[in-house]
Ligand binder design. Structure first.
Ligand SMILES: [Zn+2]
Length: 281
């Protein structure tokens, strides 16, 4: 295929590389939960891997793209001494695939570890200080269960720009459906995992529209489709009782944590191509 890209001035090429990098990405630094924990049907890890891998791919494309990546981020070296997560049973060193990811300064690091484990199990391997001491990232996110009481976490969490992630919504769709979504979602596939503030209604609505369109299209073609997100969207963007109850829980959480922590929802673009493979469930 003919492409004029190599003949463009170097400055312009660097701008194009930089523009193609994700700017709103969440990078998981521990193992994604089991599908049943998140009310989804697919293996979460393929999404984690592709989402984490995009910056590495940029860094390895050529020396020019690598220089651009290094200007905006670098390799997050966790080493073998990283904290244990997932209830203290899985050291990061056992997760070779996502060990030492390439990250950007704009990325928010996410652990599926919940701060409540800290109280429940009296864990010594609290990952928060470890990750918040990494110098290059825009913040840190932890899973938060709304059933728990976070009143006592102020001191524990106040160390950095910690986000509380209260919900995970997986959207099973084709890459093409993401790329053609209006308004755009998942940064046109640059960010397959993204954290959205519960107050960012515009992005919530965009995600809802994207899910609805993909769901309807899968129906037309007689393919497997996931109706599970409907419930989540009723809470996030609906105007009924579900939404009122969810907002009430959010208000309680925000009061408990003295509004110090951004409350976010994680959206994931399922990269499993499940719409091609699965039978109707
Ligand atoms: Zn899927």
């Amino acid at each position: 295929m003919f492409t004029p890209f190599p003949r463009l001035p170097a400055e312009l090429r660097r701008l194009i590389w930089a523009h193609a990098l994700p700017s709103r990405r969440a990078v998981e630094v521990d193992m994604a939960p089991f599908p049943e924990e998140l009310d989804t049907y697919c293996n979460m890890r393929s999404t984690t891997m592709r989402n984490n891998g995009i910056v590495r791919a940029f860094a390895h494309a050529c020396s020019e793209s690598r220089a651009v990546v290094l200007a905006h981020g670098g390799r997050l070296l966790l080493g073998d001494d990283g904290p244990r997560t997932m209830g203290g049973t899985v050291p990061n060193s056992h997760i070779k695939d996502i060990l030492n990811p390439w990250v950007l300064d704009s990325d928010v690091l996410h652990v599926n570890w919940e701060p409540y484990f800290f109280v429940q199990y009296d864990l010594e391997d609290d990952p928060i200080p470890f990750y918040t001491n990494r110098d290059r990232s825009a913040g840190f996110s932890v899973a938060a269960d709304l059933q728990n009481d976070y009143a006592d976490f102020d001191q524990h969490l106040a160390k950095a720009n910690v986000h509380l992630c209260v919900k995970v919504v997986t959207i099973h769709a084709t890459d093409q459906q993401v790329l053609s979504s209006v308004p755009p979602v998942f940064e046109n596939l640059a960010s397959r995992v993204q954290l959205v503030s519960v107050d960012d209604m515009a992005t919530m609505q965009a995600m809802h529209a994207h899910w609805r369109r993909a769901y309807d299209a899968q129906s037309c073609h007689g393919k497997w489709r996931d109706g599970e997100p409907e419930e989540a969207f009723l809470e996030l963007v609906g105007d009924g009782d579900d939404s009122a109850k969810f907002r009430e829980q959010m208000d309680t959480l925000i009061q408990e944590t003295a509004s110090r922590f951004p409350v976010v929802v994680m959206f994931r673009h399922c990269a499993d191509e499940c719409y091609m493979q699965k039978e109707e469930l």
